[in-house]
Design a protein around this ligand. Structure first.
Ligand code: UAG
Ligand code: ATP
Ligand code: API
Ligand code: MG
Length: 511
């Protein structure tokens, strides 16, 4: 494709040099530039892509796009393109370069703090049961049914990657797109090359304040999906959530889902228990029979969101019911680890205060003897959520076992100190791991995650609940900048199998 063809898509402010040149790739990392590439110099949080323009040119870039240039740029045969917003321009260029792969198919975006992955899996299941071949982008992976799968680097990929993979999915038959749209992605214009037909808002609670300057800027970035990327599409908003209700005042034409019968879709007669969520959803598109093995009030909200999307696509209520019935276990979301010890052992991805509280409330309300929670908080991520997660863990567990979760470049013990302070402030009581008391609000600190899981498994017995939270589907632990293999599901399975084979005589001291 000739560079001049792309210029219409990105509305440049100024152009220096010839645009009658062929481009053979789009890149935003100078280290990946090959001869003939167009290089987008992005401002960043750690460095600035403009510092690497000369490196990109040396590697053979034939054009550079940036918000501004340090001075009059000159390089033999190279074109310099100034734009108002380089990330937006990059997304628009990517859409054009890859043949606008989002055109002509339903494009569904899901945003909000919690529930995005779960909802996209549910929508995918319904779409498949209605005969679609959906492409899905999200935290777990980027996939096209059983045909193609790419490892996920982000929840929402960078625009260049998004458009390249979507074009490939289209070539392999994708006829719908379902994607999680993170607040980082909205802030960084990663999805600006798409016109959304349906946008879903789940909820907003504290997360990512290491990146956003506060809850309001965090909310403002989520709002972009509805105010800037939705065009003539339909907004589906969770009316049970306070930020959802605020969004509704901006978008009065939005449809709603939630508990109240005034919502466009609401649960008319539903039971929520250990055996799942069963009943009828009702609303302006008629009634849908719901039979789902998922537990938890929060999953009622996720089911409502998915059904609302499907109804908006005019999928029949019977096909929706069928899709919900066959929806697979979402990897690492309240995923059960079977064992012979009659312990209900679950791995979950709760890594915010609200998510952990919702999940623990659900478990607390199930019949059980003791409830053990193993959890930690990610390093180089919003420290403000650490005390919230600590409080949720001690408030609902008989014993919380605080441990490490991707410490990244932070000191794991310093993260655990912040968790400890939060737990103490919430009325928790630190115990010696050697002799634990069975009273609620107790907690122990075991920095090594494998040891923490083993410890919890040794304590758990018949009728107990054991939750390992925070990492869900992740199969790694990030220590410093090194990623090692670590999978909570494997660890729990192995520890439970060992405990069943050789129980500790008399058990651990537990008074
Ligand atoms: C905080 C954040 O979102 N950072 C993203 C951002 O990086 P950055 O601003 O730090 O970039 P930088 O390192 O300063 O570099 C600036 C530019 O210089 C370029 N560069 C740099 C060095 C060099 O030698 N040559 C060169 O060209 C870089 O390629 C980049 O384009 O832009 C990069 C390229 O687009 C992203 O990969 C990177 O994601 C990082 C890896 C990340 O961890 N992001 C997470 C927090 C994230 O996006 N999470 C969300 C939400 C998760 C959820 O809740 O589900 C997600 O969607 O995954
Ligand atoms: N609707 C909800 N409200 C509150 N908590 C939820 C909800 N749905 C799921 N959760 C909790 O949040 C965790 C993450 O859920 P899920 O992966 O579906 O959300 P997400 O928005 O994709 O999260 P992430 O931003 O990390 O990708 C779940 O494991 C569960 O603990
Ligand atoms: N997508 C989220 C996931 C956090 C999961 C938790 N395991 C952690 O590493 O903090 C993030 O990057 O903030
Ligand atoms: Mg997700």
């Amino acid at each position: 494709m000739q560079l001049r063809e792309l210029l219409n898509a990105i509305s440049p402010v100024a152009v220096e040099g010839s645009t009658a040149v062929d481009i053979c790739a789009l890149e935003c990392d100078s280290r990946q530039v090959k001869p003939g590439a167009l290089f987008f110099a992005l401002p960043g949080s750690k460095t600035d892509g403009r510092k690497y323009i000369s490196q990109a040119l040396a590697a053979g870039a034939i054009g550079v796009v940036a918000d501004s240039f340090a001075g009059p740029e000159q390089a033999e045969g190279c074109c310099f393109i100034q734009v108002a917003n380089v990330r937006r321009a990059m997304a628009q260029a990517a859409a054009h370069y890859y043949g606008n792969p989002g055109k002509g198919i339903p494009v569904i975006g899901v945003t909000g703090t919690n529930g995005k992955t779960t909802i996209t899996y549910l929508i995918e299941a319904i779409l498949k049961s209605a005969g679609y071949t959906p492409a899905v982008f999200g935290t777990v992976d980027y996939r096209l049914a059983d045909t193609l799968r790419f490892e996920a680097t982000h929840t929402t990929p960078e625009s260049l990657d998004l458009m390249r993979m979507l074009a490939e999915f289209r070539r392999h038959g994708a006829n719908a797109l379902v994607m999680e749209v993170s607040s980082h992605a909205l802030e960084q214009h990663r999805a600006d090359g798409l016109d959304f037909d349906i946008a879903v808002f789940t909820n907003l609670t504290q997360d990512h304040l290491d990146y956003h300057a506060g809850l309001e800027p965090y909310f403002a970035s989520k709002r972009r999906l509805f105010t800037e990327l939705l065009g003539n599409g339909v907004a589906l908003i969770n009316a049970d959530d306070p930020y959802g209700r605020r969004l509704l005042t901006d978008i009065p034409a939005a449809r709603t889902f939630g508990r109240r019968s005034s919502c466009t879709l609401y649960p008319r007669q539903v039971t929520i228990g250990r055996e799942g969520i069963h009943g009828v959803f009702s609303g302006s598109h008629g009634e849908v029979q719901i039979d789902s093995p998922m537990i938890g009030e929060f999953n009622l909200s996720n089911l409502l969101a998915a059904v609302a999307v499907a109804q908006q696509l005019n999928i029949s209520n019977e096909q929706i019911a069928a899709g919900i019935r066959v929806a697979p276990q979402v990897p690492g979301r309240l995923e059960r680890v079977d064992n012979d010890g009659e312990v209900l052992a679950l791995v979950d991805y709760a890594h915010t205060g609200d998510a952990l509280e919702q999940v623990l409330k659900t478990l607390f309300n199930l019949e059980h003897q003791r409830l053990y929670t193993v959890v930690g908080c990610g390093g180089d991520r919003d420290p403000g959520k650490r005390p919230l997660m600590a409080a949720a863990a001690v408030n609902y567990s008989d014993l919380a076992i605080f441990t490490s979760d991707n410490p990244r470049t932070e000191d794991p013990l310093a993260i655990l100190d912040q968790i400890r302070s939060g737990a103490l402030a919430a009325g928790g009581c630190e115990l010696d791991p050697g002799t634990v008391a069975g009273d609620s609000r107790g907690f122990v600190v075991i920095p090594d995650r494998r040891s923490a899981i083993n410890y919890a498994v040794d304590l758990a017995g018949k009728g107990d609940l054991l939750l390992v939270a925070g990492k869900g589907h992740e199969d790694y632990q990030i220590l410093g900048t090194t990623k090692i293999h670590f999978d909570d599901r494997e660890e729990l399975q192995r520890a439970l199998a060992q405990a069943c084979a050789a129980p500790i005589p008399g058990g651990r001291a537990h008074v």
